[in-house]
Design a protein around this ligand. Structure first.
Ligand SMILES: Nc1ncnc2c1ncn2[C@@H]1O[C@H](COP(=O)(O)OP(=O)(O)OP(=O)(O)O)[C@@H](O)[C@H]1O
Ligand SMILES: [Mg+2]
Length: 274
């Protein structure tokens, strides 16, 4: 009997969501229904969706933060490195290798840059944290220059770099970023993009939420579009960049941006116009 050849490690799923459903307010608000999503080792995976589509809820289900926002994982499973994360609190998930940069770059404004970084290494030994801090400061020269400055006095772009640097202090296997480019100037968005590519090249898998589809899809190995509380479309970054529905909704190219992604696709499939 032929034994199965194991998939090469870079092809194995690092993160796997199966039929994940999320509600808030004791079930009154349904945010996600049967979401299936996979991040393979070494990939940059992008999650797109209009406001309220459920992007942040997806990350909360992965990070374990749902219960802290009044939400609950009603059904489905989140597997990381083959293990079910059910019942694991956020700190335990960080320890397993999942770090997150939250929406709105929440740095500690009254702590210095350096103190913010130290706080980010909370599950690691002092020696490990020092090594990571040196690496992060080497990667982000602006943070090295401003290491003694209060984080609250930094510009929006600098705070975003700090938020990313702080998440890297755990040396994560998977880095999740929730709209890192929001409200930042194009030049800074370019820099953030370059950092994400560099972090990925150094071996960290990435799950990136973005409304800036052009930026995100340009670096995505694979991407998912959330609409109607579930995954409406999934394809490689290049395929989605060429998709007219994505162009209409996210790239500001012609068409009726208000119609749902799902409806647009059904019409395309039937060859009809609205
Ligand atoms: N703490 C909460 N309590 C109640 N409802 C919530 C809560 N958080 C999110 N929701 C609802 O769940 C749905 C999905 O929200 P979510 O924040 O995940 O979307 P999103 O795609 O991240 O949106 P945005 O682009 O605006 O950040 C929305 O209808 C939202 O109103
Ligand atoms: Mg969000």
């Amino acid at each position: 009997m032929a034994s199965e050849v194991p998939a090469p490690s870079h092809e194995r799923a690092l993160l796997e969501l199966t039929d994940v459903s999320v509600t808030y307010s004791g079930g009154a608000v349904r945010a996600l229904e049967n979401v299936n999503l996979t991040v393979r080792r070494g990939q940059i995976v992008v999650l797109l969706g209009v406001n309220g589509a459920g992007k942040t809820s997806t990350l909360a289900a992965i990070s374990g933060l749902l219960p802290y926002t009044g939400g609950s994982l009603d059904s489905g499973a989140v597997l990381f490195d083959g293990q079910d994360l059910k019942g694991k609190n956020p700190a335990a998930r960080v320890q397993r290798g999942i770090s997150m940069v939250m929406e709105g770059r929440r740095v500690f404004p009254d702590l210095t840059v350096e103190e913010n970084l130290t706080a980010g290494g909370f599950t690691r030994s002092a020696a490990e944290a020092r090594t990571s801090k040196d690496q992060v400061l080497g990667m982000f020269p602006i943070l090295a220059e401003r290491r003694k400055q209060l984080a609250g006095l930094m510009s929006g772009g600098e705070q975003q770099m700090l938020a990313i640097g702080r998440a890297l202090m755990q040396r994560p296997t998977l880095l999740m970023l929730d709209e890192p480019s929001l409200g930042l100037a194009p030049l800074i968005v370019e820099q953030i993009k370059d950092f994400i590519v560099e972090i990925n090249a150094q071996g960290t898998s990435v799950l990136l939420i973005e409304q800036n589809a052009a930026m995100a899809l340009s670096i995505a190995d694979y991407a998912y579009v959330l609409d109607g509380k579930t995954v409406a479309r999934q394809a490689t970054g290049a395929e989605l960049l060429a998709d007219t529905s994505v162009q209409e909704l996210y790239l500001g190219i012609a068409g009726d941006g208000r119609k749902s992604f799902r409806a647009a696709h059904e019409h395309q499939a039937r060859g009809t116009s609205q």
